[in-house]
Write a protein that binds this ligand. Structure first.
Ligand code: 6PG
Length: 246
């Protein structure tokens, strides 16, 4: 499947999240129709929460027992912590849909040893996708956001994880937050069948212009997400697109 990149701009955040929910379900139906299952990595942060709430409200009857949910990254905190991506997803989606607990693959980020939590999560992925040594998983859909510094998942500028080429998941030290984050690596992101970036709000406009239209050396982490054999879709609202030349 040739790689494609699309940028869709929606008038409002509400329009953006409705379209993102429809694309999520479209990708889900296609994957379940084709392979009998839909493997998705969810993103954290604040932006996707509205999408998760919409999926819970409008698509709770979707064949949840064929959906397998992973997390593209996680903060190094227990699942009860307000900072936890799992907690956000659990409250906005998982507690509202009939998805079997065994279909949700959580990062055991309560483990004080972040590297061990990352290795454990990699082992979960390798088991689920029945990977041989050196193989990478191909998720059907990976949701991503973009941070104010151009980071995505927990791949931050000037951080060690940017150069990881063999592991699927690493504990990435983020100096400015003085903590580790557990994150998918670029090889996993770029082997996905589809990557969907969501960006909403005026505070994203400057960085979005840099990421989508800028020539940065080195490239910003969000610019390095280029599925080698998949679809890359940027779904953004007008406020976030304000600085784009169109
Ligand atoms: C996280 C995310 C991170 C996020 C961006 C955007 O754990 O924080 O995975 O990559 O997508 O920081 O965050 P907002 O959606 O809150 O702007």
């Amino acid at each position: 499947m040739p790689s494609t990149r699309s940028i869709e701009v929606f008038a409002t955040a509400a329009d953006l999240f409705h379209a993102a929910a429809e694309e999520f379900i479209r990708a889900g139906r296609a994957a379940i129709g084709g392979q009998g299952r839909f493997t998705v990595a969810l993103s954290g942060g604040s932006t996707p929460k509205a999408l998760y709430s919409l999926l819970a409200a409008n698509y709770a009857d979707f064949v949840c027992n064929r959906i397998f949910l992973f997390f593209g990254d996680e903060r190094h905190v227990p699942p009860t912590d307000p900072e936890s991506n799992y907690r956000m997803v659990n409250e906005s989606l998982l507690t509202k849909i009939a998805i079997p607990a065994e279909n949700v693959f959580r990062v055991a980020a309560e483990n004080p040893d972040a590297a061990a939590a990352a290795s454990d999560y990699e082992a979960q992925l390798r088991r689920f996708f029945e990977l041989k040594p050196g193989e990478f998983p191909r998720l059907d859909l990976i949701l991503l956001g973009m941070g104010p510094d151009g980071h995505t998942a927990s791949l931050f500028p000037d951080s060690a994880a940017l150069e990881e080429q063999s592991r699927l998941v690493v504990a990435n030290w983020v100096a400015k937050f003085n903590t580790h984050r557990i994150t998918f690596t670029f090889p996993v992101l770029n082997r996905s069948a589809e990557v969907m970036f969501l960006a909403s709000g005026a505070d994203k406009a400057g960085m979005l212009h840099q990421v989508l239209e800028g020539k940065n050396s080195p490239p910003l982490p969000s610019q390095r997400v280029q599925p080698s054999d998949g679809k890359l879709s940027w779904m953004i609202d007008e406020a976030a697109a304000a600085r784009l030349t169109r």
